[in-house]
Design a protein around this ligand. Structure first.
Ligand code: GTP
Length: 447
């Protein structure tokens, strides 16, 4: 249904919960699912984008606690050789998904950015993770980096296309999901601002993969510098309308987890420090960290850097959510746009209804529209009031003016009358009237 549409009354559904006295067996479903997932293992494809020397290899090794010292090589064959030499047993790892964008027809324009992918299987407590790290050596290292992002976006699209192809095949196998599940973007620790290339890259990919930015080598910045830098970065990304990966809250049911997931999102971009070296902390503990004359920076200590938040977001808490969002939101968007471009009509209504991100976006738009309407109404009322007041003022001004005029006329009249009178008196003083002949001279005893 469309937003705001009135739905017809639904019949009330009664859910009756019944306890079964005997054993049926479906209570085993979680166990079955667990067994199956363990057997099948998990796939995770991580894109890492960084300028040269920002500590990308070190951070990936720190994250997976394993020497994956293969990324960052410009020659994809070198990646394969390195992986073969990591000492895992046969079948535990392979470097089958090596791929380079060379020969894509645009190599002259973007010849300095290459795509190297290396796959390895890692195991923890019986759970297998098939991890592919897709590296992009050469990104941002050229003089003109304007289009540096393009081969990376092409790579993400190519992986979506491969998946789309496999979906359309009659014998579908989704065993190999090569889609990018997350993108780790390394920001240079300048403590200043994001570069135009950083912003452009984020704008180009944020609707294609789950974007997680990190401030590289953050141990070279002070805590204050990191806080200010983070705020600036978030503001710049907000202004560019870049959406970072946000752990979905609908899947969490207790307030504590919701709060933790909020905190994870608020801490972005993570100020990370990478190191696989074990050093001795000031209080004598053996820790992974970097040792300086003034002390030790502990990688796994959230008071020292944000590495643990990154690990939670990327691996231990939200790996499955990253995969799910890639599948349900990002890939669906790509797929439906592609099919629309090909002239195939899509019915997104069902998808839209269940997609929390789209729902959130729609609700935000609706809220903004409401605010804009309210603001427009307030402006109209304000203008109306101002014009009424102006009219009143004009009217009273006119009245004053006419009263003033009236008074002036009256005074002028009075003045004229007085002047006339004055003139009469003056002339009567200057020309006194001769005595009247008709009046006889009085005789009398008064003399
Ligand atoms: P390229 O493959 O050349 O692009 O390098 P990279 O980005 O993979 O960097 P790498 O991990 O090879 O690290 C480069 C240098 O930075 C090494 O000397 C690391 O020891 C150092 N380094 C790595 N991480 C950190 C960090 O968090 N802090 C500091 N201070 N140095 C680091």
């Amino acid at each position: 249904p469309q937003l705001g549409q009135v739905l017809p009354d639904q019949p009330e559904l009664k859910i009756i919960r019944r306890k079964i006295p005997g054993f049926v067996g479906f209570a085993n479903l979680p166990k079955q699912w667990h067994r199956k997932s363990i057997r099948r293992g998990f796939t995770f494809n991580l894109l890492v984008v960084s300028q040269k020397g920002l500590g990308k290899s070190t951070l990936i090794n720190t994250l997976f606690n394993k020497d994956l010292d293969s990324i960052g090589e410009s020659n994809p064959n070198a990646v394969a050789e390195k992986l073969e030499g990591t000492g895992l047993e046969d079948g535990e790892e392979n470097a089958a998904s090596l791929h380079t964008n060379e020969g894509s027809g645009e190599s002259n324009l973007h010849s300095n950015v290459k795509i190297n992918a290396a796959t390895t299987t890692i195991e923890e407590n019986g759970v297998n993770l098939k991890l592919t790290v897709v590296d992009t050596p050469g990104f941002g290292d050229a003089i003109d980096n304007t289009d540096s992002w393009k081969p990376i976006v092409d790579e993400i699209n190519l992986r979506f296309d491969q998946y789309l192809d496999s979906e359309n095949r009659i014998n579908r196998t989704f065993e190999d999901d090569n889609r990018i599940h997350a993108c780790l973007y390394f920001i240079e620790p300048t403590a200043h601002l994001l570069k135009p290339l950083d912003i452009e890259f984020c704008k180009q990919v944020h609707e294609k993969c789950n974007l997680i930015p990190v401030i590289a080598k953050s141990d070279i910045l002070t805590e204050e510098e990191i806080n200010v830098f983070k705020r600036r970065i978030r503001r710049q990304l907000d202004e560019a309308q870049v959406q970072l990966f946000q752990p979905p809250q609908y899947s969490l049911d207790d307030e504590e987890s919701i709060q933790a997931s909020r905190e994870l999102y608020e801490k972005l971009p993570y100020a990370v420090v990478g190191s696989t070296e074990v050093v001795v902390s000031r209080d004598g503990r053996q820790v992974r960290g970097r040792s300086y004359p003034w002390g030790v920076i502990e990688v796994d200590n959230s008071n020292h850097c944000d590495f643990v938040y990154l690990r939670d977001m990327l691996v231990s808490q939200y790996l499955e959510e990253l995969r799910e969002r890639t599948n349900k939101v990002l890939y669906e968007k790509y797929r439906s746009e592609k099919l629309t471009r090909l002239g195939i009509k899509q019915d997104n209504s069902v998808f839209k209804e269940f997609d929390p991100d789209m729902r959130q976006k729609e609700e935000k738009q609706l809220h903004e529209a409401k605010l804009a309407k309210l603001e427009a109404e307030m402006k109209t009322v304000f203008h109306q009031k101002v014009s009424e007041k102006e009219k009143k003022l004009q009217k009273s001004e006119a009245e004053l003016f006419s009263r003033h005029k009236e008074m002036k006329e009256k005074l002028t009249k009075q003045l004229k009358a007085l002047e006339d009178k004055k003139r009469q008196l003056e002339s009567s003083v200057n020309n006194p009237a001769p005595p009247s002949p008709a009046q006889p001279k009085k005789k009398g005893f008064l003399r």
